[in-house]
Design a protein around this ligand. Structure first.
Ligand code: NAG
Ligand code: NAG
Ligand code: NAG
Ligand code: NAG
Ligand code: NAG
Length: 847
C-alpha cells in the first residue's frame, strides 16, 4: 500500500520534531481512586517520587467535605463524616459519568450518607446540608485542584499538565467525566491511562526483557472494582534508529465492577448493622451519623480481620446515645462474602480468554491495589492460579501512579526515561450506525471498533451518498446498567456541494469517507470526513499526467468502496499526522465538515465547564480572603495583648523608660478603644479595617520602640565609627611619612599629598559631626528622641571607610624603567597593568 510509507515518513517527521520541542514543564500524575488518591510529580531536578500531602502522607483519602463553611480534603474530610454525614463526600469515582437513574448510583446511596440530586444533564450532583449542590465533576475537580496545589508547592511553579489513571473498563461517558473535572480544575489532560497499563509500565521500568514476549497478568484489586490485564513485555528495536526499547502490549482485560474493597466494607457494615439491631432493637439505618460511624468502623474492622481471626468493634455513642460493642470473627466475615470468592478470580480468566492465552503461558500474576492485601482476595487468586504464579513484586499502592507518571513523561518527551512503548486496547465493542442510503429507513450497524482494537486506531468507512447524513457511534452492548448506549452522532455536512463539484470535474461515482478514531486515551470520535472521487482528466495535460502517473492517483484513504466493512488504517500515534496536506492539495478530495451532536449524555459543554470553573474559583477566592481576614484578626488580637502587656509591665521596662507619660496615655486610650472595637465588630470587620486598626496603634508605638532600639545600638555604632576614625588617623600619619621617604629616595609614591589632605579633611568632618552628635546625645533623656541616628552613624563611617580603603588598596605605581637605572627593586612591576586612569595622579609623571 503506497500510503503506508508516506504515513510512516510523516510519523517519523512528527516524532523528530517533538524531540526538539523542549518546554520543560512539570507533569502531574494522579491515580484517582474511589478510596485513595495518589499523585506524583515529574519535574526536572525534583526527585521522582509520590507526592506527599501536608501531613506527609503518601496517599490521600479521596474525600471532600465541609465543616460549616470550611472546606476539607483527605482524611480531614473523611473523618468528619460522623459529625456532618451530609457534608462529607467520598467514593465519587462511582458517580463519574453515571446517569442519575443508573444502578451504580443506587449502589452509591447504599454506601454513602451523602444526599444526591439530579443535574440538568441527568447526571449526579451531591447536596450539602445547606442545600448547595455540586456536580460529581465539580467535586472531583476540587480534589484535583487540591492535588495541583500540593504539586505546585513542591515544583515551585505552576503545574498544568496531568495524566490520570482510569480503569480499563471506563466507557466514554466516564472518561468524559474525569477529563471535564480535569479542565474545571484548571489542568490540561496530557492523557488518561488505564491503570493496569500504568502498573505494567512501572513493572517494565526496572526490568529487562528478551525479544521473546513474556506474559503477565496485572491483577488490580481496588476499592470499587477488580480488574485483570494480560500484558506482554518484549525487547524490540526501532527500525529507524536501531535503538532498543521495551514494547508493552495489552492483550486482554477482565473486570468486575461490583467486587472491590468497598463491597467488603459494605458486607462488614451490614454485619455491624445486624448486630446493632438485634442487640438494641433500633433501626440504625435511619441515623445518618450512626451509619457514617459504622462505615468507618467497618473499614477499621476489615483491616484488623486481615491479620486476626476476630476483632472487637467498639463505637461510642454510635446512635441513640448507645455505646455499641460487638465481636466479629473472620469466618463470619468471610461467610458473608462467600459469593464473592469466585468473582475475585473471574477477571483473570476473562482477561486470559480475551487475550487468547491460558494460564501456562503466564509467567506471573502481579498483585496490586489496596484490596489485594485482603487474605480472602489473595486466597481466591492463589486457588485460581497457584501459589507459585503470585507475584508481590510491585508496590500495591503506588505502582499505578508511578507508572502513569513515567508514561506521561514518555508522552511529553521532555524527560530521559527508559524507552517504553505501549499499545493499549479498547475493551467495549463500538459500532457505527447509519441509515442505509436506499430506502433510507433501514439502519445499518457496523462493528467499526470491536473490543481489542488498539488505542490510536483509525478506521475509515466509505459511503455512497449524495446528501448529508449522520454516523452514530454507540455501544452494541450495555456497558453499565442504565448507561446510554449512544456515544455521539457525527453529522457530515456539505455533501451535495462536494459531490456536485467532483461530478462537474468529471469524477465517476464519488464517495464519502469518514474516519473513526480511537485516541490514545480511549476516546472514540469521527475524526475527519472527505468526499473523494477519481477524476478523469480529458485535457492534454491531464492525459500526460495520467501517463506518467501524476494524475488521479493521490493517496486515497481506501482503495475499495464498500459500504459495510470498515478498513483498518495503520495505527497512528499522532493526531497531527492525518496526511491532511497531501489530501488538501488533491483536487479530487474535498474535506467535509463534521458536527458532533450528543443526543444522550455527552461531555460537559464549554459553557458549563466555564461556569463550573468560575464557581470553583469563586470558592477558592472566598476561602482565600477568609483566610486573610482570619490572619488579620489574629494578628491584631495578638498585637493588642502584646501592647497591653507593654503598658502594664511597670516602670523598669525599656518601653516605660523610653516613653513619656502622655504617650503612654494616648496609646492606652487607643488600645482600650481598639479592644472594645474588636470585641464588638471584629467578627464582621473586613481585612482592611483590621490592618488599619493595627496600623494606628503601631504608629503610636513606633517612636518609643525607635528610642530603645537606638539606645541599644548606639554603643556598637559609636565603636564602629571610632574604629574607622582611628584607622584613618593611623594610615594618614604612616602614609605621610612614606611619601616623604619616597621623595627623598626619588621613587614614585602611591599617593599624592593632595589625596592625603582630602582624606584628612573627610576625617575631620566625620570626627566633628560625630563629636557634636555624641555631645548632644549625652544631654538627651531616654524618653526623648535620640540626637544622633545610629543608621546615619553607620552610613558616615562607611563613607569614610570606603575613602580610606581606596587609598590603602592603591598599588605601587608603574615606574618607567630607564636603562641607566639599576637596582630598582620595583622595576619588575613595569609590566603590571596600571590602574584605571582617573583613579590617581600617577607619580611617575613627576619623574
Ligand atoms: C501458550 O501455551 C500453549 C500451551 O502451552 C502453547 O501451545 C502456545 O503456543 C502458547 N502461546 C503463546 C503465545 O506463547
Ligand atoms: C470545486 O472546489 C474547488 C475548491 O474546493 C474550487 O476551486 C472549484 O472552483 C470548485 N469547482 C466547481 C465546479 O464548483
Ligand atoms: C569595640 O570593638 C572592639 C573590637 O572590635 C571590642 O574589643 C570592644 O570591646 C568594643 N567596645 C565597645 C564599647 O563595644
Ligand atoms: C609605609 O612604608 C612601610 C615600609 O615600606 C610599610 O611597611 C607600610 O605599610 C607603609 N605604610 C602604608 C600606609 O602604606
Ligand atoms: C577620633 O580618633 C582620634 C584619635 O584616636 C581621637 O582623638 C578623637 O577624639 C576621635 N574622635 C571621636 C569623635 O571619637
Amino acid at each position: 500500500m503506497p500510503h503506508f510509507s508516506l504515513r510512516q515518513a510523516v510519523t517519523f517527521f512528527v516524532l523528530f520534531a517533538a524531540i526538539f520541542e523542549s518546554s520543560l514543564a512539570s507533569i502531574l500524575a494522579v491515580d484517582y481512586g474511589s478510596d485513595w488518591i495518589k499523585a506524583s510529580l515529574m519535574k526536572p531536578g525534583v526527585p521522582f517520587d509520590v507526592l506527599l500531602n501536608k501531613d506527609s502522607k503518601r496517599k490521600i483519602q479521596s474525600s471532600v467535605a465541609w465543616k460549616k463553611d470550611e472546606r476539607l480534603f483527605g482524611s480531614d474530610a473523611a473523618n468528619i463524616a460522623s459529625r456532618f454525614p451530609e457534608d462529607s463526600f467520598s467514593s465519587l469515582k462511582y458517580l463519574q459519568g453515571a446517569p442519575f437513574n443508573s444502578d451504580i448510583v443506587t449502589y452509591f446511596t447504599s454506601i454513602s450518607t451523602a444526599q444526591i440530586a439530579e443535574t440538568d444533564r441527568k447526571t449526579v450532583a451531591l447536596k450539602q446540608s445547606d442545600g448547595t449542590e455540586w456536580s460529581t465533576e465539580e467535586l472531583t475537580a476540587m480534589q484535583l485542584s487540591y492535588i495541583k496545589k500540593l504539586a505546585e508547592e513542591l515544583a515551585g511553579e505552576p503545574v498544568n499538565e496531568v495524566i490520570v489513571t482510569v480503569p480499563p473498563y471506563f466507557s466514554q461517558l466516564e472518561r468524559d467525566s474525569i477529563t471535564d473535572a480535569i479542565e474545571i480544575a484548571g489542568l490540561r489532560t496530557l492523557a488518561l491511562v488505564n491503570d493496569g497499563t500504568a502498573v505494567a509500565v512501572n513493572y517494565a521500568m526496572t526490568r529487562t526483557f528478551s525479544s521473546t514476549p513474556e506474559y503477565h497478568v496485572i491483577y488490580d484489586a481496588g476499592a470499587s472494582s477488580t480488574r485483570a490485564t494480560v500484558v506482554s513485555f518484549a525487547a524490540a528495536e526501532d527500525p529507524k534508529t536501531k535503538a532498543s526499547y521495551t514494547q508493552i502490549n495489552v492483550l486482554g482485560v477482565g473486570h468486575d465492577r461490583n467486587t472491590g474493597g468497598t463491597e467488603l466494607d459494605l458486607r462488614l457494615r451490614d454485619i455491624l448493622i445486624d448486630s446493632f439491631m438485634s442487640k438494641h432493637r433500633r433501626d440504625i439505618r435511619k441515623d445518618k451519623r450512626g451509619m457514617a460511624k459504622l462505615w468507618k468502623e467497618a473499614g477499621r474492622v476489615k483491616a484488623i480481620l486481615s491479620a486476626n481471626s476476630d476483632a472487637t468493634s467498639t463505637v461510642e455513642s454510635v446512635a441513640f446515645d448507645v455505646d455499641f460493642k460487638t465481636k466479629v470473627t473472620r469466618s463470619e466475615f468471610e461467610n458473608a462474602c462467600k459469593d464473592l470468592h469466585s468473582r475475585f478470580a473471574k477477571p483473570i480468566y476473562d482477561a486470559l480468554a480475551n487475550a487468547e492465552l491460558s494460564l501456562p503461558n503466564i509467567s506471573s500474576v502481579i498483585l496490586t491495589g489496596g484490596n489485594s492485601r485482603t487474605p480472602m482476595v489473595q486466597a481466591a487468586v492463589k486457588a485460581a492460579v497457584g501459589d507459585d504464579r503470585i507475584a508481590l513484586n510491585v508496590n500495591a499502592d503506588e505502582s499505578a501512579v508511578l507508572g502513569a507518571a513515567l508514561y506521561g513523561a514518555s508522552l511529553s518527551r521532555q524527560f530521559k526515561t527508559k524507552d517504553i512503548r505501549v499499545t493499549d486496547v479498547l475493551i467495549h465493542d463500538i459500532q457505527a450506525s447509519y441509515l442505509a442510503s436506499n430506502p433510507g429507513t433501514r439502519t445499518i450497524h457496523t462493528a467499526v471498533l470491536p473490543a481489542g482494537s488498539k488505542h490510536g486506531a483509525r478506521k475509515t468507512l466509505t459511503f455512497k451518498r449524495k446528501e448529508d447524513f449522520s454516523v452514530v457511534l454507540n455501544y452494541p452492548n450495555e456497558v453499565m446498567s442504565g448507561f446510554p448506549r449512544e456515544i455521539l452522532e457525527a453529522k457530515i455536512v456539505g455533501i451535495p456541494e462536494a459531490i456536485d463539484n467532483l461530478t462537474e470535474r468529471g469524477a465517476i461515482d464519488p464517495v464519502i469517507k469518514a474516519t473513526v478514531v480511537l485516541s490514545e486515551s480511549g476516546f472514540v470520535s469521527v475524526g475527519d470526513a472527505i468526499a473523494y472521487g477519481e477524476i478523469k482528466d480529458d485535457s492534454i495535460t491531464g492525459k500526460l499526467k495520467g501517463l506518467f502517473g501524476g494524475g488521479g492517483d493521490q493517496v486515497p484513504l481506501e482503495t475499495d468502496v464498500d459500504e459495510a466493512a470498515p478498513k483498518d488504517e495503520k495505527m497512528e500515534k499522532d493526531k497531527k499526522d492525518k496526511a491532511k496536506k497531501p489530501l488538501g492539495k488533491d483536487q479530487s478530495t474535498i474535506p467535509l465538515e463534521i458536527e458532533i451532536v450528543y443526543n444522550s449524555q455527552g461531555p460537559l459543554s464549554l459553557v458549563a465547564k466555564r461556569a463550573a470553573r468560575e464557581r470553583l474559583r469563586a470558592l477558592d477566592n472566598m476561602e482565600m480572603s477568609k483566610q486573610l481576614r482570619e490572619e488579620a484578626h489574629n494578628t491584631l488580637e495578638g498585637y493588642l495583648y502584646k501592647l497591653r502587656d507593654l503598658l502594664n509591665d511597670g516602670p523598669e521596662t525599656p518601653f516605660t523608660k523610653c516613653s513619656q507619660p502622655s504617650e503612654r496615655q494616648t496609646l492606652s486610650n487607643k488600645l482600650s478603644e481598639t479592644i472594645e472595637w474588636l470585641h464588638d465588630e471584629g467578627d464582621t470587620a473586613d481585612t482592611l479595617q483590621l490592618w488599619e486598626k493595627r496600623s494606628v496603634l503601631e504608629n503610636l508605638e513606633k517612636p518609643i520602640v525607635h528610642r530603645y532600639k537606638e539606645i541599644e545600638s548606639f554603643p556598637q555604632a559609636l565603636n564602629n565609627s571610632q574604629k574607622w576614625n582611628w584607622s584613618t588617623r593611623l594610615f594618614l600619619s604612616q602614609a605621610r611619612e612614606n611619601i616623604t621617604a619616597d621623595a627623598i629616595a626619588g621613587v614614585p609614591s602611591k599617593w599624592t599629598s593632595q589625596e592625603l589632605d582630602a582624606l584628612e579633611k573627610a576625617l575631620k568632618e566625620h570626627e566633628s559631626w560625630l563629636h557634636d552628635g555624641v555631645e548632644r546625645q549625652k544631654k538627651t533623656k531616654m524618653n526623648e528622641d535620640p540626637a544622633i541616628d545610629t543608621q546615619e552613624m553607620q552610613q558616615r563611617a562607611k563613607t569614610l571607610e570606603q575613602h580610606l580603603q581606596r587609598l590603602v588598596r592603591r598599588k605601587v605605581p608603574k615606574f618607567k624603567k630607564t636603562p641607566a637605572k639599576s637596582g630598582d627593586a620595583s622595576g619588575s612591576s613595569s609590566t603590571e597593568p596600571t590602574e584605571a586612569p582617573g583613579d590617581r595622579q600617577p607619580g611617575h609623571d613627576e619623574l
